[in-house]
Design a protein around this ligand. Structure first.
Ligand code: AHR
Length: 504
């Protein structure tokens, strides 16, 4: 196999990584909240019903911003149902996931959960622009953020939350272009309501940061047109446009699946181009950044099959939905998606892994039982820990392979991040299912002399996964044979592997 090469030079950077790139997402969907994060009867539950075993894993994962409460759920969300004494909260039908919502976990519990994670955890709250509008968004903002002295801020205080929640980051609805969305809208309709809501929310607090909904994916018919229309209405009122993307193998085509990040990178670049084009047309000096607030591997087609078998009159509480069990192959694709986000850290300044627990998640739980790490947990935790600093501009010269979906794709996908202390972490994926990939990295102008760690996620069985019965079947292992001499890192990447090289 030909050697894949690139050069690292501190003079060539992409931009600095915003910690919000390592965000995640908690939706009232399936068992993400109930029996995931929150299970008052669980042996590890704390006084607020939060599972301590899950909390520890969330801390280890290193997530920052946590988007809440949806997703599709938010389009039917009545925030006032989710506050006040738990025993008085109404039970509601959730149309998005055909479930019953008990509201036992609500806004106050979400904030308390974030505070338990620690200062790195930041709220990212979505308002309902599906079945509700400007007034309810403002009421929620006042309840959450106003210190005191008004009906809604004082109501929060009587509910036991003296301190405001200080929510800076707000999503103006969710996937409003999707026909599956309750309250689905045209781009013109959504652009209008998003602009009105943004204007009002800024009147209440000009320092809020607002995310307008982009289209639900690059494959949507209205993609780009949707973004352009929404941005024309909202450009000066919002800070971000959202992107969502999920990947799965189609018709067993693993080679294309492994190159999913090709699609993610083109998606990002297309949205950046649209934002800048509209900005230029409006003669605005402002730059709109990207909030990639839903991304993951998701076996969506399996869920769609499952959804067609739902009984119409069955509205279960916290059913097992979207509980994908991730393989090593999935984790390698997932790692490559993280690399794609890092490679665009100049414009993608918020990103949320969808989701956090049980629902297409890196953390799984059993009701009354243990919690464990999926294969995807490891790339995320490593990127969140070591992907902090300046992203170096990595241009790879790599052998390629042929894919049905994306044509010729590089076997190597890589990025590198330089921390403030001068150390560098290289993240690299070998997409070959069969061949080891020799790698050579020239370190121009970088004072690096040793490999602190080479960690590898790969397995002789690419389908290996962690399960309730075998929760530690897959974990990263130390790589062998990498060398750093005379300003050059050399290594051989195992077939189908995610690699982290920490250089000091
Ligand atoms: O993350 C699962 C769902 O995917 C979200 O609710 C929705 O926004 C998207 O379609």
């Amino acid at each position: 196999m030909r050697t894949a090469r690139f050069t690292l030079d501190p003079a060539f950077t992409v931009g600095s990584v915003n910690p919000r790139l390592f965000g995640s997402f908690v939706e009232h969907l399936g068992r993400c909240v109930y029996t995931g994060i929150f299970e008052p009867d669980h042996p590890t539950a704390d006084e607020d019903g939060i599972r301590r075993d899950v909390l520890e894993l969330v801390k280890e994962l290193g997530v920052t911003a946590i988007r809440y409460p949806g997703g599709n759920f938010v389009s039917g969300y009545k925030w006032e149902d989710s506050v006040g004494p738990a025993e008085d909260r109404p039970r509601r039908l959730d149309l998005a996931w055909h479930s019953t919502e008990s509201n036992r976990f609500g806004l106050s519990e979400y904030i308390a959960f974030l505070r338990k994670i620690g200062p790195q955890a930041e709220p990212m709250m979505a308002v309902n622009l599906g079945t509700r509008g400007v007034a309810e968004a403002l009421e929620l903002q006042e309840y959450a953020n106003h210190p005191s002295g008004t009906a809604l801020s004082d109501l929060r205080r009587t509910h036991g939350d003296k301190d405001p929640f200080a929510i800076k980051l707000w999503c103006l609805g969710n996937e409003m272009d999707g026909p599956w969305q309750t309250g689905h809208k045209t781009a013109e309709e959504y652009g209008r309501i998003a602009a009105e809501t943004a204007r009002a929310m800024r009147q209440l607090d000009p320092t809020v940061e607002l995310v307008a909904c982009g289209s639900s994916g690059q494959s949507m018919e209205t993609f780009a047109e949707w973004e352009a229309t929404v941005l024309k209405e909202t450009y000066d009122l919002v800070d971000y446009i959202s992107l969502h993307a999920y990947y799965e193998p189609v018709d067993g085509d693993i080679d294309s699946f492994l190159a999913s990040a090709v699609d993610m990178e083109s998606f990002i670049e297309n949205v950046v181009a649209t934002c800048d084009h509209i900005g230029a047309r409006l003669k605005s000096k402002k730059r709109i950044n990207l909030s990639f607030d839903e991304w993951n591997v998701w076996y969506l087609s399996r869920w769609q099959e499952q959804a067609t078998t739902f009984e119409q009159d069955d509205w279960p509480e916290a059913p097992r939905l979207l509980e994908d069990n991730y393989s090593v192959t999935d984790a390698v694709v997932f790692g490559s998606l993280l690399i794609a986000l890092l490679r665009h850290a100049d414009r993608v300044t918020v990103a949320c892994l969808a989701q956090l627990v049980n629902v297409i998640a890196p953390i799984m739980t059993e009701p009354g039982g243990p919690a464990w790490r999926q294969t995807t947990f490891f790339p995320f935790a490593q990127a969140a820990q070591y992907g902090r600093g300046q992203v170096l501009d990595v241009r790879v010269d790599s052998p390629t392979y042929e894919t049905k979906k994306y044509g010729e794709a590089d076997l190597l996908h890589a990025t590198a991040v330089r921390a403030d202390d001068g150390t560098v972490t290289v993240f690299a994926v070998n997409r070959s299912r069969t061949e080891p990939l020799p790698l050579e990295v020239a370190l121009n102008g970088l004072d690096l002399t040793r490999i602190v760690e080479h960690s590898v996620l790969a397995d002789a069985d690419p389908d290996a996964r962690n399960t309730l019965d075998e929760p530690e079947r897959v974990t990263p292992h130390p790589g062998g044979g990498a060398e750093l001499t005379h300003g050059r890192l050399t290594a051989v990447l195992e077939p189908l592997s995610w690699n982290v090289f920490r250089l000091g």
